[in-house]
Design a protein around this ligand. Structure first.
Ligand code: NAD
Ligand code: USQ
Length: 388
């Protein structure tokens, strides 16, 4: 199949492009390199050194004998999106290309507006390009488990069968997201569902949990194929940060009491889930939703797991939570769709996060400790406005 991976220079897009190429697909990546720009803005770098896109693509050709084409440009540039779809003529578009950090979207008005404009309008340009150029293209879109928030009922895969005043209907599952970033994904989901219902497009929305890990079988073949690994308080995600803090001998930074529970997924399962979604197409007119996570853990549970596996002393500290989120809550997520397609999950109980400890140990001199400290507060805008 011909697969265009949008955001193919990012943490997940790059290893996914390699995994699809390894599995016989004809792959191209598209990226505007914005993620490298956020590093410059925030004064940080990936913990593991990464090569520029051309070097990565060259290395993959040398190692595998396979070619991946590249298109450098912005989804906000509609002409570029239309030209790329005409030129590459994909069967499937995998869409990772969004600003994906919740704290980044909560820095201030400008970052919130940037995030929603970039994500929602980029996705809308893509929907129009697919509808006008080839409505048979299957859109595989990365959403997030955070679209649902933490409701006091079981979380279904995208849709809810509802009975109200004696009548029944099937509706999109209610959403209660926790940041302007997570909200952008909700807006995307609604736009995609509309495009499937009205134009007859075919789409799979993958509501993914928090990803951990950095290595896949393909990225391990050559140091030039490494994907990024973020540790800072803006882009670093929770399990990855706790592993890095353990290795550095810093206390693990649990926000609040750590009773908040999240869905998690190993990066090796992320790339496999995308392959399964690509190879099992949604029907025309279908808005298909999978919850792309393999297990749920509380933040305190994640900290305990890292502390237990680390071969040395580890402290856990409880910081004032810079976010606004429920400290304790019910969390029960249905996530059988991808397993039914053939996913065999890597679970944390079977995974040696030791390999992550080794990887971090080899690169720990690159960490800027001050960048580990959370500085973005969810109520920041309110605090600025309050008169003294
Ligand atoms: P990332 O920031 O590393 O990668 C995203 C890539 O998209 C970057 O290379 C960036 O330059 C590119 N991009 C952003 N805006 C663009 C635009 N307008 N035009 C072209 N390219 C653009 O993020 P990631 O961690 O690889 O996440 C990829 C996707 O998966 C995101 O949509 C994210 O919301 C979703 N997701 C990530 C996680 C996680 O834990 N990392 C969990 C759930 C869902
Ligand atoms: N947390 C801590 N300590 C830390 C970092 C985070 O306690 O040092 C807590 C947060 O308060 C939150 C949880 O860990 O309750 C998860 O935070 P995170 O930064 O790991 O993840 P999040 O902000 O939700 O975003 C990440 C990705 C995003 C993706 C999302 C999936 O950056 O792109 O959409 O995970 S989900 O959470 O399922 O929505």
């Amino acid at each position: 199949m011909r697969v265009l991976v949008l955001g193919g220079d990012g943490y997940l897009g790059w290893p996914t492009a390699l995994h699809l190429s390894e599995n016989g697909h004809d792959v191209a990546v598209l990226d505007n390199l914005a993620r490298r720009g956020y590093d410059d803005e925030l004064g940080v770098e990936s913990l593991v050194p990464i090569e520029d896109l051309d070097t990565r693509l060259q290395a993959w050709q040398e190692v595998s004998g396979k070619q991946i084409a590249s298109y450098v440009g912005d989804l906000l540039d509609a002409d570029f999106v239309f030209e790329t779809l005409r030129d590459f003529a994909p069967d499937t578009v995998v869409h990772f290309a969004e600003q994906r950090s919740a704290p980044y979207s909560m820095i201030d008005r400008q970052h919130a507006v940037y995030t929603q404009h970039n994500n929602v309008i980029g996705n809308l340009n893509l929907l129009y390009a697919i509808a006008e150029i080839d409505p048979d293209i299957h859109l595989v879109k990365l959403g997030t488990m955070g679209e649902y928030g933490t409701p006091n009922i079981d979380i279904e895969e995208g849709w809810l069968e509802l009975e109200h005043n004696g009548r029944k209907d099937r509706v999109l599952f209610p959403k209660k997201p926790g940041s302007f970033y997570h909200l952008s994904k909700v807006h995307d989901s609604h736009n995609i569902e509309f495009a499937c219902r009205i134009w007859g497009l075919r789409a799979t929305d993958l509501n993914q949990g928090v990803v951990y890990g950095q290595q896949t079988p393909q990225t391990m073949l050559d140091a030039r194929l490494a994907t990024r690994f973020d540790y800072d308080a803006v882009f670093g995600t929770v399990l990855n940060r706790f592993v890095i803090q353990a290795v550095l001998g810093q206390p693990l930074s649990v926000y609040g009491q750590g009773g908040q529970t999240r869905g998690l997924i190993d990066i090796r399962d992320t790339v496999e889930c995308i392959r399964l979604a690509v190879e099992n197409r949604a029907d025309r007119g279908e808005f298909r939703v999978f919850n792309q996570m393999t297990e749920s853990l509380s933040v305190q549970g994640i900290a305990d797991l890292v502390a237990n596996q680390f071969p040395g002393p580890v402290q856990i500290e409880h910081l004032d939570n810079p976010r606004v989120e429920l400290p304790e809550h019910y969390y029960n997520v249905k996530h059988t769709g991808l397993v039914e397609l053939g996913l065999k999950p890597h679970l944390l109980s079977d995974t040696l996060i030791e390999s992550m400890f080794d990887l971090v140990g080899a690169n720990k001199h690159r960490v800027l400790p001050e960048k580990m400290i959370p500085t973005v507060r969810w109520k920041g805008a309110m605090e600025v406005k309050q008169p003294q």
